[in-house]
Structures are given as C-alpha cells and as structure tokens.
Design a protein around this ligand. Structure first.
Ligand code: ZN
Ligand code: ZN
Ligand code: FE
Length: 747
C-alpha cells in the first residue's frame, strides 16, 4: 500500500505527562515510522505509514491521550516522504526547544499508591514514589524544558533499576523526572530536639506523636504544613494559640472520601474535584462539626492525602482527619527550607518531619468550591498553577500584569496565552514582596518571556503599582470584570457587576459595589452602592462596628444615640469620637464597597462581633444562610445623575426596627441584595439592550450570593458569566489588566 508522511503538532498539557511514550507505543501499534519530540509549541510528531493507519493514529491521539494530559489542538499537514526504519523518541534540545508549559504537581496516582502499600514491592512504604502520572513537577523545577537536570532531583543519581524504568518507553516511569526509590532517592526523617528518627520509623513516630496531641511541621510538596489531630481539641487550641490565629478556619486532610463523608456532604462533582490529580482543598458543607476547626462557619475546607508522605502517615494508624495548614509565621510565605523551618517554626511545632528533596517553587494548597457543576477557584496554587490560559486576543508584545495588593499574584503573557502565578499572599508584608519578586524572576526564566509592556492597578500605593514606571493602569473593578471577559472569551458589550472589598475608584474614593458597562472602547460606572464613610479608614475594616455606626448616622443623623444599645462592647467615648470623625470628615474616606456592607450588616446580625481575619464577618453571615426566605429586605434604588444608586438604608432600618438577628438577617439580606442588584442590572439592560452580565470581585467567593444572583439573572433572561479557574478575588485582576493593556478602555 502507498505510504504517506504527516507532520502532527499537538498542543495543550502534553509535557511531563507521559505523552511521548504514548505516541511511541501508538506509532508501533499502527506500524508507523518517524519520530516525536517536545517542542516550543507542545509535542511534534512526524509519522509515516499507510493512510488508514495514520488516520487511526491521529484519531487515537485525540481520543486516548494519557489521563494527565490535555489536548487543545492537533494540527496535521502532509510532508514529503523520508527514509526511516523505525519510530524514535528524540530528546529535548534546550536551545531550540523552550516549552511554554510548566507542568504542575500531581497527587499520587492509584498505581503508585498500590506499590507503596504492597509488601513485596521495592517501593514498599517509600515516601517519594512517583511516576509519569503523578508526583512533584512545578515545585521542583528550576528551568525548562522539564528535565531531571533542571529539577531539584538533579543531585540524586538513579540506581540501576530506576534508570531502567526511566529508559524504557513501555514503563510507567519512562522519563518520569523525579523517579526514585529507597536506594537512590530522597530520604525522610523526623527531628525532635536532638533526637532523629529515619525512614519509616520517622513516619510511624510522627503518627504516634500526632495521636498524642503533638503538632508536627511536615515538609510537603510546595512547603511545610502543620499537622495535628483535628479531633483533639486541646491540640487544636494549642495550634491556634501558638500560631496566633484565634478564629480563621483550618484546612483538613483526610485519608479518603469515606472519612470526608463522615464530616461533610459531598456531591458527585465535589467528589470528582477532591479525587482529581489536582487534589485541591474543597469547601464542603459540614455534616458533623469538629470543635475549633472552622468556628461559626458551616463549611470545612477538605483535601485528600495527596503525597505518599501523607498517605503513609494515615496508614500508620491515624483514623481522624488531620489539620493540615500552611506552616509559616503568620501571614508570611509558607516555609520551604529545612533550616528556616527549624528556626522560624520552633515555637509552634513539636517535631519536624523533613526530607532532602529541595522545594524550588513555593506553592500553597489550592482552595476551590463547586457551584452548578463548575469548579470556582479561591486560591490558585498547587496543582492548578501555573497553567496556560488561552487568551481571546493576541498580545503584540510580551506583557506583565502586576496584579493587586492583598492577594498578590501576577500574569505573564505572550502571543495568545497568559500564565497566572501561584498565590503569593498579602503584599503589605515584606516577606511576601520577596516571594513575589522571586516567583516573577523564576517564571520569566521558565517561559523565556522578557516583558516589554506593563500593566497595573490605578492605586498608587500598591507594591505592584510601584514596580514599573511606564505601565498601563486599569481601575481595579474594571480589571475584575475584564478578567471574566478574558477567561470566557467574551466580546463587548457587557454589564459587569464588580462586588468587592476594596479598590481605588476613579473619583479617588474606595469602590467595591460597582455596576459597569463595557462597550466598544469605553467603560462607564452605571451604578453603585450608596457610599458611606469609613471612620478610621482601614481601622473600620478590622473594627466593623464603625461601619454599622456610620450607616446608622447616615440614616438617623444626630438621633444615632437612640441606637447606643446596639454597641454594647463599645464605650460611649469611642462611639462619640467615631461620630465626630464622620461629622468633621476626619480620616473617613467614602466607600461604595459591598464587602464593607456585609461587615456592617454582619455586626447587626451578631451583636458585638469581633473579627480576627479578613472577610470573617461576611463569611459568618453567609454561614447563617440556611434556605431561601419567603421575604427579603428591600433596598432602595435611586436614580441620581443618570446613575443607579443602590441604597441599603431601608435594610438597616428594618433590621433595627424588628430586632432581627442571626439567620433571619442573613437570609433576608442575601436575597434582598441579589434581587436589588439584578433589578439594577435589568434597568441598565433596558436602557442599553445588553443581555450579558459578568460577575466578579472578592464578594463572589460567597457561594450563597453567587448562586442567588446567577439564578435571578437567568430568570430575567441574562447570559451570566463568572470566573472559574481564575479567582474572582484580587489574584485574578492581573488577567483583566493584561486585557486592558491591549484595549485601553476609556472612561
Ligand atoms: Zn504514579
Ligand atoms: Zn532507585
Ligand atoms: Fe478586588
């Protein structure tokens, strides 16, 4: 039969996932000759054989590619025949081949797990077992193409048996870069003071200590974690005290779905996310509470054991979920080095379970939630970062968007793709600024992107706004909406609802309850939440009674004193000072932030509430929502200067008048806010004819509000778009900035 030759280019997630051996085997099966190699674009193949065989070959690439790979496109062209006898895997040449794909870390696969617990296997209880379908990637890599020499596995020379697996195209460990075993690979040990336990003894001893109530600092994939028994309340309390973290919820790790189901309700999609190779922390509704883990909330953040270390730890006799939380000095980056961990965490951890495989790229655990069958990212980190995001436009020059401030992250883009950095944290903290710069340097090096264009927020004081002088500045809430447009490949015009905690507005006040129109080369603020003063500025963010008082003063003026009883824990003097600040306009910036509205309402729902972490008041208010109420609070919608003003005054009046508390306030408020917001969107739509709505901003991490808004908008015939992989919080604004760098929308 006549032979033909084709060049086939496969793009997507195709490197570091066993793609070349898959192609090799497939070519052999279909009697093809030629070669395959990793290239700049993905995987390139030249294959020669009969037309029928080549067609089958291509069909199989699309249908049966390896489980961890993702095929975005398969380009095929006919080329001239060549003489060749066999099919080969060609190896990377780093000069010509720079892949733009940095593979991300993958949870231990079923095959490896079986080996770890098989007594007669040579990897029995070996805590660094991995294969091409699982194991560390991003966290150990310091250059591309992804190759052992460019990972922190470089210093471990493979033994004969491991090398044989690595070289055999038919082996599961063919070119598994971190391949290792007990003989040749990394080692684990436990240190308690001067005592040292090695290998399996270290894991057994750690499990024993945890069961006795001790806190262990454990070196995981992207950094250290504190592990302790979640069911031992005195350990939990000890960890809270030592970490100076009175209320903020702790993530839990479980050995399997069964253990998770004891404590949470899990639907089919949530199960799928939990058991995926990304293995993120999933926010799940509580079934049975555990004291002290997530106080005043109705969810637990739960992940499955995702490395052999975690799995062996559970198998060593741990029957309860473990607290598994990032180990750091509070709010600083997660610890990655053994020496620094021992120094910085010595007052928190009772023992250190460590190993000698260095962590190159720091990466926290990812956090997500599920809604309507979709995964929504809250923290974009391990297993998700760094992932290629296809842009619906082409960048003329390599571009860097520097992001925002409280939830730091950046976006690097070139041609028609962008890469969002891993979660970095609060950039007001100097250590996080260092982490940001480090990560930026690493990512530029990986991707060989030298940005020529810069984009940032309009806020002049953000760390990220000061990095480059010549930069396109984009208003914060516009960026949020543009991030949804970029993520969903949307074209103008759209209505954007940007509900947020904070962000600098065009009028120099603080925005965060914005109804925007994006059309052609313009954007406008078509509506907003009625601004109120924040007495004390940032202080009002941590002392939320100030916001409640401000709303009361806004509504009742000097009669505010009648509501003195609502502020039991606050002295008369404090209240008067605060009122004077509002009256005389001293350190009282105006804000239209919905995040702050949540704070003020939450204080009323739960008198004398004090908060100790960001968004606590809003999260606790959300947690009080049980079911859709019959009645909701009514907001006023005013029309001033052709703008719609969402006025919450009637809501406060009603809460106070009826002495509503707790659950009642939460349910009526959530529904009322959703209905009023949808009404404004509808008014804008009637004026403009726009039927597409984008929702973004930190407030939409509130699953209750997001669900209500989507439902009510769809009822009105809107097409609704949200962020999914890209966080709706400030970690996502970089994508909007990069979009606007190209578009340069005018107000
Ligand atoms: Zn594996
Ligand atoms: Zn070995
Ligand atoms: Fe924001």
């Amino acid at each position: 039969m006549k032979k033909i030759r084709k060049k086939i280019i496969v793009s997507g997630i195709v490197q570091g996932v066993g793609f070349r051996p898959f192609i090799y085997k497939l070519a052999k099966k279909h009697n093809l000759t030629g070669f395959v190699f990793n290239s700049l674009i993905g995987v390139e193949i030249e294959a020669q054989g009969t037309k029928t065989n080549l067609d089958k070959f291509i069909e199989n690439i699309k249908k049966n590619h390896p489980p961890q790979s993702k095929v975005d496109a398969v380009l095929v062209e006919n080329i001239k025949l060549k003489t060749c006898k066999n099919f080969q895997i060609k190896f990377s040449n780093s000069k010509t081949q720079n892949s733009t794909i940095i593979p991300h870390d993958l949870a231990t696969c079923k095959d490896c797990e079986k080996e770890i617990f098989a007594k007669n296997n040579r990897r029995y209880l070996y805590p660094f077992t991995n294969c091409t379908n699982c194991g560390p990637r991003f966290t150990i890599v310091n250059g591309l193409p992804y190759d052992r020499q460019k990972t922190s596995m470089k210093s471990f020379k493979m033994c004969k048996l491991c090398q044989k697996e690595y070289d055999d195209p038919f082996d599961r460990r063919f070119h598994a870069q971190p391949n290792a075993c007990n003989v040749c690979g990394p080692k684990i040990w436990l240190e308690i003071g001067n005592k040292k336990y090695k290998g399996n003894e270290a894991l057994l001893k750690s499990a024993k200590l945890i069961k006795q109530g001790k806190i262990i600092a454990l070196k995981s994939l992207g950094g250290f974690q504190f592990a302790c028994d979640s069911q031992n309340f005195s350990s939990v309390k000890k960890l809270r005290t030592r970490k100076k973290r009175p209320d903020k919820p702790f993530a839990l790790m479980v050995s399997d779905i069964k253990m998770a189901e004891k404590f949470c309700y899990i639907n089919k999609k949530e199960k799928e996310i939990l058991t995926s190779s990304q293995s993120p922390i999933v926010m799940l509704k509580k079934r049975k509470d555990i004291e002290g883990i997530a106080p005043n909330l109705n969810t637990f953040g739960i992940m499955l054991a995702y490395t052999p270390i975690h799995k062996i730890l559970f198998a060593s006799g741990i029957k309860n979920p473990l607290i598994m939380t990032s180990a750091n000095k509070s709010e600083e980056p997660i610890c990655i080095s053994n020496e620094i961990a021992k120094k910085d965490l010595k007052n928190i951890a009772d023992g250190f379970l460590m190993h000698d495989r260095p962590i190159v790229n720091r990466c926290d655990d990812s956090v997500v939630f599920e809604l309507n069958g979709n995964m929504h990212t809250i923290r974009y980190a391990r297993g998700l970062a760094p992932q290629k995001i296809n842009l619906p436009f082409k960048l003329k020059q390599p571009t860097l968007a520097t992001g925002a401030n409280k939830t730091g992250s950046f976006v690097l883009g070139r041609d028609n793709f962008a890469i969002l950095s891993q979660y970095i944290g609060d950039l007001d903290i100097v250590e996080n600024q260092k982490f940001y710069k480090e990560s930026l340097a690493n990512m530029q090096n990986f991707l060989k992107i030298k940005p020529k264009n810069f984009a940032s927020d309009t806020h002049p004081e953000y760390f990220t706004s000061q990095l480059f002088k010549k930069t396109t500045r984009t208003q914060h809430h516009l960026s949020h909406i543009l991030s949804v447009m970029a993520e969903n490949s949307l074209k103008d015009p759209v209505i954007g609802l940007s509900f947020d905690g904070t962000g600098l507005g065009e009028d120099n006040s603080i925005w965060g309850g914005e109804f925007l129109i994006i059309n052609k080369n313009n954007w406008q603020r078509a509506g907003y939440l009625k601004p109120i003063k924040m007495p004390g500025g940032d202080k009002a963010v941590s002392e939320i009674w100030r916001l409640t008082l401000s709303w009361i003063y806004e509504i009742f003026g000097d009669k505010w004193i009648r509501f003195r009883h609502l502020f039991k824990d606050i002295t008369k003097q404090e209240l008067t000072i605060c009122i004077n600040m509002v009256k005389k306009n001293i350190n009282s910036p105006k804000t239209s932030s919905i995040g702050r509205l949540f704070d003020a309402v939450s204080y009323l729902a739960d008198a004398d509430k004090k908060i100790s972490y960001q968004a606590q008041a809003a999260m606790e208010l959300e947690a009080k929502y049980n079911k859709k109420p019959k009645k909701s609070y009514k907001f006023d919608i005013l029309n001033t200067n052709k703008k719609f003003i969402l006025d919450a005054s009637p809501v406060f009046k009603e809460i106070i008048k009826n002495r509503d508390k707790g659950q009642e306030v939460s349910e009526k408020f959530h529904l009322g806010l959703a209905l009023a917001s949808v009404e404004i969107a509808n008014k804008i739509s009637l004026k403009t004819g726009i039927k597409i709505v984008c929702l973004s901003g930190g407030v939409f991490q509130n699953k209750v509000l997001l669900e209500l808004m989507i439902k009510e908008l769809e009822k009105k015939g809107f097409e609704v778009y949200t962020n999914k992989i890209i966080p709706s919080n400030d970690a996502g604004v970089g994508l909007g900035q990069i979009f606007n760098n190209r578009r340069k929308l005018k107000l």
